[in-house]
Design a protein around this ligand. Structure first.
Ligand SMILES: NC(=O)c1ccc[n+]([C@@H]2O[C@H](COP(=O)([O-])OP(=O)(O)OC[C@H]3O[C@@H](n4cnc5c(N)ncnc54)[C@H](OP(=O)(O)O)[C@@H]3O)[C@@H](O)[C@H]2O)c1
Length: 270
């Protein structure tokens, strides 16, 4: 069933979400907002652009908040009178459900963490919801989030880890792809061929693991023959402590997410 949806904050993630929503049956109208509306345009007739958060919230049944946390306070005050009984989905990192509830006491609050693959409908979006939510509400949330990829429900205490793993994940994967393309160049492959080989190897491997679930180590062992080429490569990866580096990166990002959240809580309390 189509709904009237507002996406407040048409930046990188808000714009991606609005486009996916508009081309799905989950929404029959989408209002997007930003302060400077001259910097965005859509060629989909069901999307309208506005610089009025209050009006967009008033005219919508579901409200998605996609501004940076630092811009949230003013926006939350603007929309509060128009949120009673409405589903409000925040994709802002570091803003807790209890903090959102303090500003929007009569809304049904959901916190979600998509990633930038939402721009091609391929996000994995983790979400958590306030306790009083009905099964109907949760179904609506899943339907809306599914327009830009897959969904998984988590506990709110896991959101910093999610932010660090899958929210920031595309940046880590891009670095790995970049490194592999450079590796291809180093062993004599042209850049365009290297790019295609690396990106398809990545998506093919990921699709294989998700469609025929097995432990990644099993897949690794399947392609690793004694004294062969793959083990020669793996030996160098282990020497370079690649796995430790990735685990350290995600742990550091989780800590960073926690401290941003704490800073933001203090700001909102002040
Ligand atoms: N980018 C990602 O991959 C990603 C993934 C998951 C979650 N997030 C979260 O999504 C939020 C937005 O991130 P982003 O990367 O999309 O940032 P962004 O590109 O900077 O977008 C934020 C947008 O909000 C608009 N904005 C700011 N204040 C506003 C207001 N009062 N009313 C209406 N619009 C306003 C800005 O446009 P104007 O300046 O024209 O107003 C801007 O286009 C952040 O909280 C982030 O944590 C991002």
């Amino acid at each position: 069933m189509g709904r009237k949806v507002a996406v407040l904050g048409a930046g990188k993630i808000g714009e991606a979400i609005a486009r996916c929503l508009a081309s799905s049956p989950a929404a029959d109208s989408v209002i997007v907002t930003k302060r400077n509306i001259s910097t965005v345009s859509f060629d989909n007739a069901i999307i309208t652009v506005s610089d009025r958060n209050d009006e967009a919230a008033e005219r919508s049944e579901v409200i998605i908040i996609a501004v940076k946390a630092g811009d949230a306070r003013k926006l939350l005050k603007q929309i509060e009178p128009h949120t009673t009984g409405k589903l409000v989905i925040s994709v802002m990192a570091a803003v807790s459900i209890s903090k959102l509830k303090r500003f929007l006491p009569n809304a049904k609050i959901v916190r979600a963490m998509p990633n930038i693959a939402a721009s091609i409908g391929e996000s994995i979006t983790a979400f958590c919801a306030e306790e009083e939510m009905t099964q109907n509400d949760i179904s609506s949330v899943k339907e809306i989030l599914s327009t830009f990829g897959e969904t998984v429900r988590v506990k709110e205490s896991q959101m910093d880890a999610v932010t660090a793993l899958s929210g920031s994940g595309p940046a880590y994967i891009a670095i790995i792809i970049d490194a592999m393309i450079s590796a291809g160049l180093k062993v004599g492959l042209p850049r365009d061929i290297s790019f295609r080989l690396v990106t398809k190897t990545l998506t093919g491997t990921a699709n294989m693991l998700s469609s025929h679930p097995m432990h990644p180590a099993e897949l690794r062992d399947t392609v690793t023959t004694p004294a062969g080429t793959t083990i020669a490569g793996i030996y160098e990866l282990e020497k370079g402590a690649v796995r430790t580096a990735i685990m350290n990166a995600v742990e550091a990002a989780t800590e960073a997410s926690r401290s941003v959240a704490m800073r933001f809580e203090e700001e909102l309390n002040s």
